[in-house]
Design a protein around this ligand. Sequence first.
Ligand code: GRF
Length: 205
Amino acid sequence: MATELLPIGILVSGRGSNMLAIADAIAAGQVPACIKVVISDRPGAPALAAARQRGIEVMTLSRKQYPSRAAFETALAAALKDKGVELVVLAGFMRLLSQTFLDQFPQRVINIHPALLPAFPGLDAQRQAWEYGVKFSGCSVHFVDEGVDTGPIIAQAVVPVLDTDIPETLAERILAEEHRLYPQVIKWLAEGRVEVRGRRVFIRA
Ligand code: GRF
């Protein structure tokens, strides 16, 4: 019996390499999901052109178009619902989302962060880790809550920090792991194997 495809919406603000990795994994038949829409809050985001090239529907919703954050988020949630989106995937989306927005997609908004949370949340995480001098960093996929990279962690991948690294080379190796881990987590969610108990998340066999 064919598994039903999980309808996802991807929110971006920039480059879009994670969005493309997810699109590739879906196209390769590795993830039972379908991308209903890619939405950017920045009109010039390279991710938009990349998605369009793949024939993925794109939209731009700029915060400036709306009188308030609440109005922006209402429009964002409406656009996602209108496309039938059931999982909201943040991939380099540079905005925090309010509880009002999150309540409309309970345990259905995920993010990827380029560090081993709870270490080095926020911007420029790879540089933060390199400057701190940690020997291992990596990436984390987590459910989104109102905080900055604070929601329950679904999965992490570890990347060693080499003596020869500079922040850019470390970021590059972490990014390769992001491209592997994010589709994997979406697969687990699409298969209904992810169970949340408080802050702890379990992947059923
Ligand atoms: C990634 O490093 C991701 O971990 C972080 O933002 C970056 C987005 O890169 N949240 P891209 O737009 O997916 O290439």
